[in-house]
Design a protein around this ligand. Structure first.
Ligand code: GLY
Ligand code: MN
Ligand code: MN
Length: 470
């Protein structure tokens, strides 16, 4: 069943004539437009490999994965559309409303991508639907363009009904045309998450490009410190990064955190409504999502006027020590648990040295202790890919314990967060928040720090700030 096309009627405008003559006038007189699908080189073959990986695990089963739809913001306005990551991983297509169906064939699967056809001249919605009509939103790729770009069989979404069978496994965002016809499959979601545990060369190239754009974004942000101190505050820096991300990638891979001074200890300070003042350390956690939708996830804690105070430096040094120790635990055969335990132990030791932790490190590390978590409530890293928190559906136990293999990409991100009102912390440390977050690729022999262009030590960061053009 095809949903009724939504025809927007803006009460502020004069109604359009509903005459055949008007329809004909709007349908004709248009020259050709560029409908090429905007796809990163190599994306089609990468998606084809990914489909084969999943198909092998579900022989004889039909698999359906929809791209999803934009969320309604209010009335006739929507949030920007971002396709479901599983769908992108399997198709490299970013068309809203599209659906992938993999049907069993010859011991494997045939893939068909069903896409909504462009709402082009000749269709009343072309001029009457502000959300889909091309007169409002511009030309979109059609069946031919997607077929050429992705080298996959592409059909109209209107033909979707014929392709489903009673035994279909479903994943991903809800799609009105699939409602009640496809059972969501936890097995499929787990398999998709697990298949992303190691990235292939094409994906690693995408992640490198996201990281490079992110490092450049940090430079752009640091260059705006004087403006932020003058008038713009945290939001000026947040918007600087987001402008950069939108210009050099698809946008940001998650909500940008800019916490200056007493806001730095708040892990997800995305409100960003505070000032940036002399003497502040500003914690910036930001990632560019590349046009292929792979994202970086990077944090640095930077002194806005170029130099850490002795006490800020002391905390930064302790986090750096934990960060280096944690990174040393990243390699083939090591697990997230190894890395996390090392990071926590180093942080607990630091808290003892600062006179904050009143129990032994051993007690803090015990399951019923965990006192250090008051000052580091988060984990210390995660897989990274199309999702900032990638591979999350494999389950906590497996996520933590499974040995990392070459091709895994993950973050390492210990921190120390001293809230301004935490009375267990010496007054001179209150309001200091430091996180160092790098993106690492597991190699055959150890790891590569993809974000190595950004220093991790206080002195290196001060020198880096000096080089940033103001
Ligand atoms: N920015 C989210 C995270 O670091 O996990
Ligand atoms: Mn992270
Ligand atoms: Mn982060």
């Amino acid at each position: 069943m095809r949903p009724e096309p939504f025809v927007f009627r803006d009460p502020r405008t004069q109604p359009l004539p509903a005459t055949e003559e008007f329809r004909r006038y709007l349908a004709s007189g248009w020259g050709p437009v560029d409908r090429r699908a905007d796809v990163v080189a190599g994306a089609g073959p990468a998606a084809s490999r990914h489909r084969a990986t999943i198909g092998e695990q579900f022989p004889g089963r039909t698999i359906v994965v929809p791209a999803g739809r934009a969320h309604v913001r209010s009335n006739d306005t929507e949030y920007g559309f971002r396709p479901d990551s599983d769908f992108v991983w399997l198709t490299s297509c970013q068309a809203e409303g599209a659906v992938l169906i993999m049907t069993p064939a010859g011991g494997g699967h045939d893939a068909t991508l069903f896409i909504p056809e462009p709402v082009a001249p000749g269709d009343e919605a072309f001029y009457a639907d502000p959300l889909r009509g091309e007169l409002w939103i511009g030309p979109a790729a059609g069946l031919v363009e997607w077929t050429t770009a992705l080298e996959v069989d592409v059909r109209s979404l209107d033909a979707l009904g014929d392709a489903l069978d009673a035994d279909t496994l479903g994943a991903g965002a809800s799609e009105p045309r699939l409602m009640g016809r496809v059972a969501p499959s936890a097995d499929l979601l787990v398999a998709l998450s697990a298949a992303k545990l190691e990235k292939d060369d094409w994906e690693i190239a995408q992640l490198r490009s996201a990281v490079d754009a992110t490092v450049a974004g940090f430079r752009a942000v640091a260059a705006e410190f004087p403006a932020a101190m003058d008038f713009g505050g945290e939001r000026w820096l947040q918007a600087t990064f987001e402008r950069h991300a939108r210009t050099f990638g698809n946008g940001v891979g998650y909500s940008t955190v800019v916490g200056s001074g007493p806001h730095a200890p708040t892990l997800h300070w995305t409100r960003c409504d505070g000032p940036v003042l002399a003497g502040h350390v500003v914690l910036i956690d930001a990632g560019v999502e590349a046009r292929s939708l792979y994202t970086a996830d990077v944090t640095r804690s930077l002194p806005v006027d170029g130099t850490f105070t002795p006490v800020q430096r002391e905390v930064h040094d302790l986090v750096e020590r934990a960060h280096r120790a944690a990174m040393a635990e990243v390699g083939p055969g090591k697990s997230f648990l190894d890395m996390r335990s090392t990071a926590y132990e180093s942080i607990a030791t630091a808290l003892r040295e600062l006179g904050i932790l009143q129990v032994s490190v051993d007690e803090a590390m015990s399951p019923t202790g965990q006192q250090h978590r008051r000052y580091l409530p988060s984990g210390t890293g995660h897989h990274l890919g199309l999702d900032v928190h990638d591979c999350a559906k494999i389950g906590d136990e497996r996520y933590l314990a499974e040995p990392l293999r070459p091709g895994a990409v993950l973050t390492v991100e210990p921190g120390l967060y001293f809230q301004p009102n935490d009375l267990t912390v010496p007054p001179e440390l209150r309001g200091i928040g430091i996180r160092i977050e790098d993106d690492l690729l597991v190699t055959a022999t150890g790891h590569e720090v993809l974000t190595a262009a950004l220093p991790i030590d206080a002195i290196g960061l001060e020198a880096w700030l000096q080089e940033s053009p103001a």
